[in-house]
Design a protein around this ligand. Structure first.
Ligand code: AMP
Ligand code: ZN
Length: 494
């Protein structure tokens, strides 16, 4: 029997604003779509947080025994500079500035994206389709929406008719907006566009002569609107109705709202059962973003090469730092928070190592089955990783207490602890066991302090041969002792 049959997984559905029991459309199978990156720049840590959040979801669903088809797209055309309806294509602009082919830009940053996510130990999606690989399907979907009377052509562009759609459906159902309010809050300059109404959004845009990413269509040469690719690729690979759609909170409106409208218009079905939105990573209280420069790059974080950091951090520590927050909460990045996460991470890994060294008793001081279920309860509660991590630290307490003979654990306790800690840390949270610098540094520091003490004792006993030997041999290892009025310190000579 698969694990999911015994667990009651609840997912916070942004569409209803409630935690709902998860029931997939087809028993045992899950279809999940997540909006991928626009590959015109290096991914920053904020982007990584969103993809780590959905990697957690993917991993837990798999852990429960579901067969998951996870589709995450690559946006390589159609995403204009200002997210809305105007401006240059982001990829084309970068290509122009760097004197590259647009597809060279796409390739370069797709590779960067994959390398980075691999460092964070993200599992690749099952399918990773691109917008440019699905132009034909996008044109077909536009035709379907025009045939339903919910889109119109205007001067080589095709727009979605939001007012018409809203006569029978609710445009704003996800972001909880009312069309009347949207209209009241819009100030459109006269003659600015070819739309019937400023709320209408582009399904197809006419390419101006300088626009280099262009394809033929029944409406002339142009390119697809940004929102359309996700509707087309999700329905192609997961069906007109599928289980989970995810993305960053900032995509809820207009991107996801438009996806619902397009899917409903084209196929007569609300496309998604559970909408999940991951919250933002901030730096100095402001959203990390490519466009504002308020961000930190993963490579800076790993190397420590940044004025925002005291040192470099292992990707697994960074991942642990992110998973210590709930995916629906804002998380602020800071050096101190990472240093604290590193300490916690080391304690957790050390406890897992101790598990092999504990002596067993015939009686137990803990209720191992209830502890194990509390780990599942945390994850079943909308993937609540911080609560799971708190449970893992409960286990760390037990393991350390047993090591110091303060409590008793049976062989069964230890085997359940081992299996569950391994499953939760490595399969579900996706952490990796590595020898951390901080661990090594701490041990090294303690050893040097011990030698300094021995040297002081030797000097107090006037055993100068011994005290000089300690100093000289440390020096040979590039550790230079310094006697100051406050005592002895040391420098490590690089
Ligand atoms: P983009 O490449 O800008 O389309 O973004 C790719 C993904 O990263 C989207 O799901 C965004 O919602 C998400 N994202 C962008 N900035 C942040 C941030 N500061 N924190 C978390 N996720 C973000
Ligand atoms: Zn999308």
């Amino acid at each position: 029997m698969a694990l999911y049959e015994n667990q009651d997984l609840k997912i916070y559905n942004s569409l209803t604003g409630e935690k709902e029991t998860f029931k997939p459309i087809t028993k045992g199978h899950v279809g999940m779509y997540v909006c991928g990156p626009t590959v015109y720049n290096k991914v920053h840590l904020g982007n990584c947080r969103t993809f780590i959040s959905f990697d957690l979801v993917f991993r837990y669903l798999k852990h429960l025994g579901y067969k998951v088809r996870y589709v995450r797209n690559i946006t390589d055309a159609g995403h204009l500079e200002n997210d809305a309806e105007e401006g240059e294509d982001r990829i084309a602009k970068k290509a122009r500035l760097e004197e590259l082919e647009p597809m060279e830009v796409v390739q370069m940053y797709t590779v960067d994206f994959h390398n980075t996510l691999q460092k964070f130990n993200n599992i690749p999606p099952s399918i990773e389709p691109t917008a440019t690989g699905h132009i034909v399907e996008q044109i077909e979907t536009i035709k379907k929406i025009i045939d339903k009377g919910l889109a119109y052509e205007s001067n080589g562009n095709v727009y979605f008719d939001v007012l018409k759609y809203n006569e029978n459906e609710h445009y704003g159902i996800l972001s909880k907006r009312k069309l009347e309010d949207l209209i009241a809050n819009t100030r459109e300059l006269a003659g600015q566009s070819h739309k019937k109404n400023p709320q209408d959004f582009a399904l197809w845009k006419k390419a101006e002569p300088q626009h280099i990413m262009r394809w033929p269509s029944p409406w002339g040469t142009g390119f697809p609107g940004w929102h359309l690719e996700c509707t087309v690729m999700s329905s192609k690979y997961l069906g007109e109705e599928f289980d989970i759609h995810g993305g960053g909170m900032d995509l809820k409106f207009p991107h996801h709202e438009c996806e619902i409208a397009q899917g409903t218009a084209a196929n007569g079905k609300n496309p998604v059962r559970y909408w999940m939105h991951a919250n933002m990573l901030t730096l100095n209280g402001k959203k990390m973003a490519k466009s504002t420069g308020n961000n930190i790059l993963p490579e800076e974080l790993f190397s420590g090469n940044s004025d925002k950091l005291s040192k470099g951090f292992h990707p697994s520590v960074v991942r642990f730092f992110m998973l210590q927050a709930n995916y629906r909460s804002v998380l602020d990045f800071s050096d101190e928070a990472l240093l604290a996460a590193e300490k916690g991470f080391d304690r957790l890994m050390q406890a897992i190592e101790y598990l092999d060294t504990l002596s067993t008793s015939n009686s137990s001081d803990i209720d191992i089955n209830s502890w194990k279920q509390s780990c599942y309860d945390a994850m079943n509660d909308d993937f609540n990783s911080p609560v799971l991590i708190a449970q893992l630290f409960e286990a760390v307490k037990h393991i350390n207490a047993c090591k110091h003979h303060k409590i008793k654990l049976t062989a069964n306790d230890i085997s359940v602890l081992k299996a569950t800690m391994n499953a939760m840390c490595f399969d579900v949270l996706g952490l990796e066991h590595f020898e951390s610098d901080s661990n090594n540094n701490e041990v090294q520091d303690e050893l040097i302090q011990l030698l300094i003490e021995l040297r002081n004792e030797a000097r107090a006993n006037k055993d100068f041969a011994q005290s000089d030997k300690i100093r000289d041999q440390l020096k040979a290892m590039n550790i230079q002792l310094k006697d100051t009025s406050e005592g002895t310190t040391y420098d490590i000579i690089a």
